[in-house]
Design a binder for this molecule. Structure first.
Ligand SMILES: C[S@@+](CC[C@H](N)C(=O)[O-])C[C@H]1O[C@@H](n2cnc3c(N)ncnc32)[C@H](O)[C@@H]1O
Length: 228
């Protein structure tokens, strides 16, 4: 019988929440600050926090902390947002709702619409495609390794699979090379990992890799730019 126990919710030091994924034995977001990681590693790492019309590709959607941070940032600036995420093991809508409670982006109409669609369609659907105003989110419920990916599209790529130690498939040189092809010229891939093999894979894919100070609890993280 499948395990239907809801994942435990974790409150992190910056007040934001995440959850524990029991399948991989890791938290979806940083235990040292889930929102802090979303902003520092992903939004600021890719420049999405100041992009006039970001197109974000995310692997994987998890419990939506990165998405809500990106949605709130775009809404505040009046920027159009196109967000495409992959998720092969969707968390129950109730978990997304509980993690978001009182958090940023939770009051945005697109977040409410996504939760509603997530509840109605559930994880058994192929995915969701929801719009509100100038913001759109698509979540494909499939394994990104076998998915068709856009080419030359993303202004930002959030590489946020579980760690290379427990989920090595999304960090291989072959897959990273495919990911590099999804970036628009000038597009930036960001990840919390600063592992040497991840850095080398990004370089081998033709990206210009920069190390940055890490989010709370991590010494370093990476950004990798597709030269224009
Ligand atoms: C670290 S969590 C992502 C947290 C998320 N970005 C957030 O803001 O809450 C990693 C997510 O990637 C998903 N994932 C891992 N490998 C995947 C794959 N091959 N295809 C699709 N999703 C994958 C996992 O199920 C998990 O939800």
């Amino acid at each position: 019988m499948p395990d239907t126990t809801p994942p435990p919710i974790l409150v992190t030091p910056d007040g934001s929440r995440t959850a524990l994924n029991t399948r991989f034995g890791e938290a979806y977001g940083s235990r040292h600050g889930a929102a802090a990681q979303a902003h520092h590693v992903f939004l600021e790492g890719t420049g999405t926090h100041e992009h006039p019309a970001p197109r974000v590709l995310e692997i994987g959607f998890g419990v939506g902390v990165n998405f809500r941070a990106t949605l709130e940032s775009a809404a505040r600036r009046g920027a159009a947002l196109d967000y495409l995420a992959f998720e092969f093991d969707p968390a129950p809508a109730g978990v997304l709702r509980e993690v978001a409670m009182g958090g940023e982006g939770a009051a945005q109409p697109l977040w409410a619409a996504l939760l509603e669609a997530w509840t109605d369609a559930g994880a058994s659907s192929a995915g969701l495609d929801v719009w509100r105003g100038a913001a759109r989110v698509r979540v494909h419920f499939q394994d990104v390794l076998s998915a068709e990916l856009p080419r030359g599209w993303a202004t930002a790529l959030y590489l946020d699979g579980f760690s290379p130690a427990v989920n090595p498939e999304v960090w291989t040189p072959e897959f990273v090379a495919r990911l590099s092809g999804t970036l628009a010229p000038g597009g930036v891939l960001a990840t919390y990992s600063a592992a040497g093999h991840v850095r080398r894979s990004l370089q081998a894919a033709g990206l210009r890799v920069e190390r940055r100070p890490g989010a709370p609890g991590k010494r370093e993280c990476l950004r990798a730019v597709r030269e224009a």
